[in-house]
Design a protein around this ligand. Sequence first.
Ligand SMILES: *Cc1c(COP(=O)(O)O)cnc(C)c1O
Length: 394
Amino acid sequence: MIYADNAATTKMSRTAIDTMLPYLEDGYGNPSSLYALGQRSAEALQSARERIAACIGASPKEITFTSGGSEADNQAIISAARIGARKGKKHIISTTFEHHAVLHTLDKLANEGFEVELLPVGELGTVTPQQVEEAIREDTCLVTIMYANNEIGSILPISEIGAVCRKRGVLFHTDAVQAAGHLPIDVEAQNIDLLSLSAHKFHGPKGSGALYARRGVPLTNVIEGGAQERGKRAGTENVPGIVSMAAALEESCAHMEENAVKVSALRDRLIAGLARIPHSALNGDPVHRLPGNVNFCFEGIEGESLLLLLDDKGICASSGSACTSGSLDPSHVLLAIGRPHEVAHGSLRLSLCETNTDTEIDVILKAVPEIVNYLRNMSPLWKDKISGKKAFVL
Ligand SMILES: *Cc1c(COP(=O)(O)O)cnc(C)c1O
């Protein structure tokens, strides 16, 4: 099997698994319990908090553990909205191509009377600090813009956007779920007030994430209950998941540069090879791009059929995002960068990591053109295009 869907989730690293096991076996104490068994869990949590904080330039008290990236996004955005509402500020700025954890939370706030402004992301899938600066108003309470896009891999200028927000006194949240462990994060240098990350995107376990909130930015509970996480997030902490997340993040950060060099070389070979398929187009920014992201549109095919045929050959890939595949709507991200519906349906995302190999790229580069050809030859629409009855889009 060739796993090329690392933007959907990653395989746990050996370190992440080994770090987790003792807490699934004998170290099962509840960290809120006062006896030694519980306190050992509490100490493990504290150590994980310190290590995660260190990886992003934060202090341990600024880290709240969550069930993943989605919860962290929800809590960050709702908290900033509540802070804003208390001051009569109800304008929120974001972009059209955020993850649904952000967009659907913003929908909820819009229904409560917040004014949500989504900035267009252009053909490359990015926004400029100038766009943000021009959109900021007296009543803006939050700017939430992702560090890197999960579908098309574009990397956004978040340091500069953070600087604009800081200058104008507006809270800045970034969904860094695709960036954590892959791109450098320094919440101080990058002017970030709130940041979300998720363990399963950097070889840690599913169901563990973290929300960084700058000192002095009060969080609103999205889950009510006990006083865990200093009253900011109720529920017995997922100790095995959290210690494993800390180990995975440390490991990814320690090898970030060498991984990026290796993975981007694989990515560039894959992009160059797929670009030779006629009537295809790379989606996203060719330069400011996640090391592992490849995303193409192929005219005249259905992404779902392509995925099934790739699966037959043992290749795991994605069309749109994992959350949208299964529905017939084309990806909101591809529509946001201006791809017409017809073309957006024929998209393929291959997302690589440091354990992928050159041989695997060879296999993919043989399989994809063959399948694209095969599907096109079966398509009546394609026949119309070849015969000139219908125009090509790409
Ligand atoms: C995966 C992902 C999320 C959701 O994280 P979960 O831990 O799966 O809830 C949010 N934002 C982005 C950009 C993602 O890639």
